[in-house]
Design a protein around this ligand. Structure first.
Ligand code: CU
Length: 197
């Protein structure tokens, strides 16, 4: 009786010893899984990082129509400066006018080659192509014979003035129409609406 109890105890010990042996393998696998799990977290952090750099881009553009040009006797005078700005962002042409004149005054000091300004009238949809096609045409920056141009002043430098007159009927069609500067890079800041009312 005593022997058989010992035999059972010995077997139990042997089984216990056996069942312990595979145990050390388990911890070995665990660190590998932890490393894999950590990797995606690092990637996510790297992807999120560039976002703050892109955020400052949307600078609020001034709302159109906040600086209406003063119109008197079917004409207006617009000033342009060395900061690449007009002093008006909208022109309302009275419906009673058959001809309209825009006088441009460059109140800055910079030369035409560095800070040239003009006033071009065109459909809003054509502005970007007119400016792009005129980019290499110095000093006017309007492609010769560009049929999309409704009217334009000559390009001027600091201290100079220029003017242009056009038939109001030409801006009574499908707009919207805008006035803008075709000097390379100026379109983004120098533009405004022109409409007959
Ligand atoms: Cu300009």
């Amino acid at each position: 009786m005593t022997r058989s109890i010992f035999a059972v105890s010995a077997l139990a010990l042997a089984l216990a010893a056996c069942s312990k042996s595979p145990a050390p393998e388990a911890p070995a696998a665990a660190p590998a899984e932890t490393a894999t799990a950590a990797a995606p977290a690092t990637t996510t952090a790297a992807e999120a990082a560039p976002a703050p750099e892109a955020a400052p881009a949307p600078e609020p553009a001034p709302a159109a129509g906040t600086m209406p040009a003063t119109v008197t006797d079917c004409a207006t005078t617009i000033e342009a400066n060395d900061s690449m700005k007009y002093n008006a962002d909208s022109i309302t042409v009275p419906a009673s006018c058959t001809q309209f004149t825009i006088n441009l005054k460059h109140v800055g000091k910079m030369p035409i080659t560095a800070m040239g300004h003009n006033v071009v009238i065109a459909k809003q949809a054509d502005m970007a192509r007119i400016a792009a096609d005129g980019m290499s045409v110095s000093p006017e920056h309007i492609k010769a014979g560009d049929a999309r141009v409704i009217a334009h002043t000559r390009m001027i430098g600091g201290g100079e003035s220029a003017s242009v007159s056009f038939d109001v009927a030409k801006i009574k069609g499908d707009g919207p129409y805008e006035f803008f500067c075709s000097f390379p890079g100026h379109l983004a800041l120098m533009k405004g609406s022109i409409a007959v009312q």
